[in-house]
Ligand binder design. Sequence first.
Ligand SMILES: Nc1ncnc2c1ncn2[C@@H]1O[C@H](COP(=O)(O)OP(=O)(O)OP(=O)(O)O)[C@@H](O)[C@H]1O
Ligand SMILES: [Mg+2]
Length: 230
Amino acid sequence: MTIQSVHASKLIIENLNKRYFTPASEVVALKDIDLTIGAGEFVAIVGASGCGKSTLLRIIAGLENGFQGSIRLGYAPVAGPGLDRGMVFQEHRLIRWLTVEKNVAFGLNGRENGEKERIVREHLELVGLAGFARAYPHQLSGGIQMQQEILRIWEVERTTMVLVTHDIDEAIYLGDRVVVMSNRPGTVKKVLPVDLPRPRDRSSYEFVQIRKEIFAEFFAAAERPFAYAI
Ligand SMILES: Nc1ncnc2c1ncn2[C@@H]1O[C@H](COP(=O)(O)OP(=O)(O)OP(=O)(O)O)[C@@H](O)[C@H]1O
Ligand SMILES: [Mg+2]
């Protein structure tokens, strides 16, 4: 999972488009993303690998330039990293041999060292990981423990949360809403509210129904080319 926490402001993403240019090709990573996340809301985003989830989070974090559309926190446009936003990375996406702080700094190439250190410190403080700056990824709690920790931080701080994950159960367990993204180019395919009290029971009828609905979305995408082929 990767998580973005925003100090309780509304996050408004309008008509967001992001393309990457490589010498050989152009990749449309995000297409016409419209998503408003309420102040203090917890939104979980799921989607296949390469659909643009990390790109979206990096744009929210202010780590990615060169996009079209608008992204605002409250009334202010997002321009560059700031204290009002923090980020937690997917444990398995962290580089094993770098400490947590070095991993965060790794995403900030091109900035001068003093500024890098400041951004890293601020981000780790924001997400409650300041004490883990020198820890290695395997020393962070993972899975269910991490989910409990995220819920705790969210309940105490009431920040606006954006979680990106491949784990559908994790998304339903944590989110007020689950956003399903389509395959490349990444668009918002479906938004499902999770109207269940916390802590959630992963085996409850309602939980299982939502899981089925999300799986159906993934399946629909996979089946379409076949349907056209016959
Ligand atoms: N710096 C870059 N230059 C060129 N293409 C890129 C770059 N970063 C990402 N992409 C491409 O943009 C698309 C979206 O990538 P992104 O990493 O946001 O996907 P993702 O949903 O986070 O995938 P995963 O689930 O595997 O983490 C992919 O096709 C990826 O190859
Ligand atoms: Mg990713």
